[in-house]
Ligand binder design. Structure first.
Ligand code: ASP
Length: 340
């Protein structure tokens, strides 16, 4: 049976062309993509296209675009069997992570993809990425989508999107999923690793409420304490992601500890993640992380910074606070965190 697939184009390198008379890449309209990929007509699926009014470089993505995209996916949900979203690679992991929270309990596949070279270039990686994403989005068994989650497909690998991070600005293999195995791999056969797929238990629901006033504070040796105070205690801030060393360690000087205590007293929600790409936070393993036990902050375990920021914005948007927010943050919503 021919599956119905909606291909959504938001922008990104895949559809870019060089600005007339220069080497600078700018987003171009969707016909540019379709004209370069006649093979798309040979795929055994009914494909419809939806183009963002103004395709963008994904560095320009904003909260309003996330809300629009999630609402669009919900609106089209019952009319299609699967979705492929073309998006710039720079912030693809952020947008896709946010979709996994806004579209909780989704029972169809949403596959994000893009490319490192524009579709008009001879050596482009876009065709394989696009065609295989459509194949993955079309996979059905017993009248159900095989993939019931938001994924990211790039350079022969299918990932859970909210586990990914952009790793290379120049290799075709641009993404990694440092703390979760891949969901599929395309070689001669299109492989899918069923045991790694997310099994949604909640009902499909769209919820686009977000609290944007969060910040990511990254520790580094020699960080100016005045600036740290400013970042932690700014009155606008509702939530903080702390990018700590190793398994959750920070400097143990009195000023740092006092600012953190004050931030907590002011009701700011605090999440601890690690600057390490691979591995997990382990609060209390070293003396330099025991402050986080005392303050009872959220443990981000092995979550990526992309999933942590979008999850915190989303949970705060749902009006979760203190203990409830901690409980939710430390649980899986869409398979984004390994809970030990
Ligand atoms: N700057 C581009 C974007 O994120 C990069 C890409 O698509 O690979 O839109």
């Amino acid at each position: 049976m021919k599956r119905r697939i909606l291909l959504i184009y938001t922008g990104g390198t895949i559809g870019m062309m060089k600005k007339y008379g220069s080497e600078v890449l700018i987003p171009f309209d969707f016909s540019n993509i379709i004209n370069h990929i006649p093979e798309i007509k040979l795929i055994n699926a009914n494909i419809d296209f939806y183009e963002f009014e103004n395709p963008i470089d994904s560095s320009d993505i904003e909260i309003k675009d996330w809300k629009f995209l999630a609402s669009l996916l919900k609106e089209k949900y019952e009319y299609y069997d699967g979705f492929v979203v073309l998006h710039g690679t720079d912030t693809m992991s952020y947008t896709a992570s946010m979709m996994s929270f806004m579209l909780q309990g989704i029972k169809k596949s949403v596959i994000f993809t893009g490319s490192q070279l524009p579709i008009g270039e001879l050596r482009t990686d876009s065709k394989e990425n696009l065609i295989t994403s459509i194949y993955y989005a079309s996979l059905y068994q017993n009248s159900q989508s095989v993939i019931q989650e938001v994924c990211l497909y790039f350079e022969h690998k299918l990932y859970r999107a909210n586990r990914t991070t952009k790793f290379s600005s120049e290799h075709f293999d641009a993404f990694i999923s440092p703390n979760y195995p891949i969901l599929g791999e395309s070689g001669v056969n299109l492989e899918i690793f069923n045991e790694n797929l997310f099994k949604p238990s909640s009902k499909f629901n769209l919820n686009t409420d977000i609290e944007p006033n969060i910040d990511v504070v990254s520790f580094f040796p020699g960080r100016n304490k005045r600036l740290l105070e400013y970042s932690l205690l700014n009155s606008e801030i509702k939530g903080l992601i702390l990018r700590t060393f190793g398994s959750g360690n920070i400097p143990s000087d009195k000023e740092t500890i006092d600012y953190l205590k004050k931030a907590k007293d002011l009701g700011k929600e605090i999440v601890v993640i690690t600057q390490c790409v691979r591995g997990s936070v382990s609060i209390g393993k070293y003396h330099n992380s025991t402050i986080f036990t005392d303050l009872n902050v959220c443990n981000g375990f092995d979550i990526t910074v992309e999933a942590a920021t979008t999850k915190l914005m989303w949970l705060l948007g749902q009006k979760y606070k203190s203990e409830d927010l901690k409980k939710e943050f430390e649980s899986q919503i869409a398979g984004e965190i390994s809970v030990y």
